[in-house]
Design a protein around this ligand. Structure first.
Ligand code: NAD
Length: 308
């Protein structure tokens, strides 16, 4: 017997019509962003400069304030460089709201979660987002490595949960990786794709596997750069210089690691190592730096010293 569309479609067919509907991109006015760190602040900025009202959430007021300071400084830089007018800057700022209460995202038409890369944290956030937001909106996660299927399972709407993986820095990088979990609907992915297009970015899709495309390929490169320093192949500045001058990479692997955040790098490598095997084992000097709290640009010290 031939089963049209497979099991997922048969499940969908017995659900009431209302629960299959996804709020379309034309109806997105307000965007919720959960997590005001490196990525959340960047995603909030991109959404605000592209006309969306944004509610940015983190667990503490000082974290939201710090994100607003970073966004403000970046917007000032865009005005100085002539990429944004003073009026556009003022409009974007007026569209940005901060909160430490997740229920303040109740009026969001689309949510991007960019909280710490920890499966338990994400599960908890998605369970609460499912409760506080409208049933028909897409809940997107910016996870670098975690399973979209698992994150979706923390909700009663796994068909409306998708991976929307912005690159760092989100305001600058032109591409976004889209990932469907086992139960993500085509309609949800189409809304996510259309939303990303309104931010002036392009997309590609990846299967729901650890690291998706970008981090699966990128992180062995970062880890190998660190191993090369550990094994005395070259000094760290020379490894970075070699990869910049020798391959036209905009940053070398250790510079990039500092920029990503060494704690985020370690989380990503540990997940890839657990799921994909030995070639992703985190280098010992990376583990030591994270243990010491030297996390890269965000703490002012990582493999290099940075002005904050
Ligand atoms: P980050 O450490 O800079 O920020 C994470 C933020 O999440 C912190 O401010 C933290 O307080 C907040 N947070 C923790 N628990 C929370 C909760 N329960 N509710 C709300 N906020 C909470 O991390 P980041 O680099 O911005 O990464 C965020 C996500 O984006 C991760 O899933 C990461 O894998 C992914 N990502 C990171 C990069 C990168 O280069 N750093 C690139 C792409 C994707």
């Amino acid at each position: 017997m031939r089963v049209l569309g497979g099991f997922g479609d048969r499940l969908t067919a017995v659900l009431p019509a209302r629960s299959r509907m996804v709020r379309g991109v034309a109806d997105i006015e307000s965007v919720g962003v959960v997590g005001a760190g490196t990525m959340g602040s960047g995603i909030a900025q991109v959404a605000a400069t592209n006309g969306y009202e944004v509610v940015l959430h983190d667990v503490r007021t000082d974290l939201v304030d710090a994100a607003f300071d970073r966004i403000g400084a970046r917007l000032d830089g865009l005005v100085e460089d002539g990429d944004l007018t003073a009026d556009e800057r003022a409009d974007a700022s007026a569209r940005l709201f901060g909160t430490t209460a997740l229920p303040d995202l109740a009026s969001a038409d689309f949510v991007v979660e960019a909280a710490s890369e920890n499966p338990d944290v994400k599960d908890e956030i998605f369970a609460e987002l499912d409760d506080v937001t409208d049933d028909d909106i897409v809940l997107a996660t910016n996870t670098s490595t975690l399973s979209i299927t698992r994150i979706g399972a923390a909700t009663d709407r796994p068909e409306r949960v998708a991976g929307v993986h912005f690159m760092n820095p989100a305001p600058v990088m032109p591409g976004v990786e889209l990932v469907a979990g086992e139960r993500t609907s085509d309609e949800t992915l189409a809304v996510a794709d259309a939303f990303v297009a309104t931010l002036g970015k392009e997309t590609w899709t990846s299967a729901d596997t650890p690291g998706f495309v970008v981090n699966r390929v990128l992180f062995p490169w970062i880890a190998e750069g660190i191993h090369a320093v550990e094994e005395g192949v070259a000094a760290k500045a020379d490894v970075d210089r070699a990869m910049r001058l020798g391959t036209n990479a905009p940053m070398g692997p250790l510079e990039l690691a500092d920029h990503v955040g060494l704690d985020v790098c370690l989380d990503v490598l540990e997940t890839l190592h657990d799921r994909l095997g030995e070639r992703y084992r985190p280098p010992p000097s990376l583990v030591r730096k994270v243990d010491a709290g030297h996390l890269g640009t965000k703490t002012g010290r990582g493999f290099y010293e940075h002005d904050r």
